[in-house]
Design a protein around this ligand. Structure first.
Ligand code: ZN
Length: 313
């Protein structure tokens, strides 16, 4: 029996989330080669950069150039993270298709991360939406609600506060709001419950699952989100970034392992695994001293492995 071939979108966040979390700066030319290789493997949404002052994040100083390069890849949704209106203006001027704005569910994390209260951040989201509406109405805006499953600073994050933020930003005019397990605290039951509440509150505007593997539950949490109807997932090649606290575990969910899980289940990702593994080469070349995670690329595909969705699709 073939499982229902629900297509999922794998949004690769390595060039942004990964590269901004490490001290080494990947040269611009290597970033371009890596993005090209990801695209060649079939990835069709990449978070390529964040638009922040270069003195804060020198890793992202070439953001505009990277966006312009990524825009030459046909059919690729070029996504950039922006923390404020100034960043949104720069990203839109560089030509992005979509921007993602992090809004913390945890009051403590919001102050520490962007030096704004959550209410101030929601006001900033409104300003970004107004700018988009007047200057670039085709650009999509998503909010990623960070620390949605718990916070290293304040611990518990009340679920009704997470949902309140989602409602506020959707009312402000963003296209979708997703949930991020910034700290790697989530478990599968919690992921199901919170995405169910999110869908109940904002319906089809419920966005991506950005889940971490800090405590080894990354794939289990992705599967839980999928079973709850989530079809868009953020992950990072080689598990790069996402602030790993635990030795042996990646921070972000490893794209290669996530794609393998879905393809093995017969859920079409549109990504070719062999080509995806090849895309680890330019990553290695660009960051020779970093640990590149991934269980499936290390172990190899199972003997006789055939993706199961050909008939259904
Ligand atoms: Zn992350």
């Amino acid at each position: 029996m073939h499982a229902a071939s629900t297509a999922v979108l794998i949004s690769e966040v390595g060039p942004r989330d990964g590269l901004q979390s490490i001290k080494t700066i990947m040269p611009t030319a290597n970033k371009k080669l890596w993005i090209d290789a990801l695209y060649q493997a079939g990835i069709r949404e990449i978070e390529v950069a964040s638009f922040v002052p270069a003195k804060m994040l020198p890793q992202m100083a070439d953001a505009a150039e990277i966006v312009r390069h990524a825009k030459t890849l046909e059919g690729l949704t070029v996504l950039a993270l922006v923390p404020n209106l100034k960043g949104a203006e720069a990203a839109i001027q560089a030509g992005v298709d979509k921007i993602t704005i992090p809004v913390s569910a945890s009051a403590a994390h919001s102050l520490a991360n962007v030096r704004k209260t959550r209410e101030e951040m929601i006001e900033e989201v409104k300003r970004i939406v107004e700018y988009r509406n007047s200057q670039a109405p085709l650009v999509k805006i998503e909010v990623g609600i960070s620390t949605a499953f718990g916070c290293t600073l304040q611990g518990l994050v009340p679920e009704d506060e997470v949902i309140w933020i989602a409602e506020q930003v959707i009312a402000a005019g963003v296209d979708e709001a997703g949930l991020s397990d910034t700290t790697g605290y989530a478990n599968p039951s919690q992921v199901k419950r919170l995405f169910s509440l999110l869908r109940g509150a904002i319906g089809e505007k419920a966005g991506a699952a950005h889940l971490h593997n800090t405590r080894g539950l990354g794939l289990a949490n992705c599967l839980a989100a999928y079973e709850e109807g989530v079809t868009s997932f953020d992950s990072s090649m080689g598990g790069l970034g996402g602030c790993p606290y635990a030795p042996g575990a990646s921070g972000n969910v490893v794209t290669e392992d996530l794609v393998f899980m879905f393809e093995a289940m017969g859920v079409n990702t549109g990504i070719q695994l062999e080509n995806l593994f090849k895309a680890r080469e330019p990553l290695r070349l660009g960051l020779p001293d970093e640990v590149i995670y991934g269980m499936v690329p290390e172990a190899g595909l199972p003997k006789g492995f055939v993706v199961d969705h050909k008939e259904g699709m």
